[in-house]
Design a protein around this ligand. Sequence first.
Ligand code: MN
Length: 339
Amino acid sequence: MPNRRDPDQEGRGSSGAEPPPGSHRGRLGVPHAVRDLPWELPHTFLGLDEAASDFQSASAVILPVPYESTTSYGGGAKAGPSAILEASRFIELYDQEMGAEVGAAVGIHTLPALELTRAGATAAMAELRAAHDRVLEVAGDRFVVMLGGEHSVSSPAIRSHAARQEDRITVLQLDAHADLRPEYEGSPNSHASAMARVLDVADVVGVGLRAVSGEEMEVAAAHDGVHLIWADEMWADDRWMDRALDLLSPKVYITYDVDYLDPAHMPSTGTPEPGGGDWYRTNRFLKRVFREREVIGCDVVELAPTPGLHAPDFLVAKLVYKLIAYRFQDRFPGPVFDV
Ligand SMILES: [Mn+2]
């Protein structure tokens, strides 16, 4: 079992270092005198121990935001972040694309989940924006990966990033939907309006689209900074990858709505659409994006776990691990195979 503890280590990614003198806590957060008991893996991303998930030395930060209020079809995105973290504890730490155990080498800190106010979407989005500003402030150079939650959480995060950049950023949006509706079901903060809420501060390149309204096509046509790459094009050949890359500014924020993926891969999401992206081609594209542009932040949203069906949860957990690996690909020797 890949998540079984190494009997010689307290947790995954352990450096073997002793806790500081006088410490009463072991690396698992239990009293030092009982740290050798067979405790479960920590409930951090990848189950990393305190050394590998320590904030000070971490290069990446996981920010869970289990927010859900405007879902229009199937619900359940509120349970997404905890399912991703749970599944992540079963991932093999060694990444054959990087030729290394990425998690402990990068250092990944897992923040507690943000519990946003239930006093309406407007108040919740304002609260998230303020919280996200402060997280970015304390994170400094660390790469922040936000886990949703419904897609509306992306807008405050993107605005938070855009406000810290001198030049206009591009949002690379992997999604079945354009999310460009000015408002939806009476709410300007709907998941269906996530990208409409950022057009004044960022350009948007949507990839994998296949369920778009006529109204959204009008919005796209009216904005020079909005570009749509259809799932239909992606299945014809790989030319869309160059086209998408050419449209990206030097600094990019990635928002990955898991309904971008074909429901055959990703059935656990609120508004599934047939067609869409697959695992290998999409990851090949993302690896290039991280290599050829500066990705300043990202989020993965809209996983709505299906009870008893673990594969989609595991897919998203591994996707998050891949995003972090691609972000720091310069630090690793590279593939153990020829590509
Ligand atoms: Mn979507």
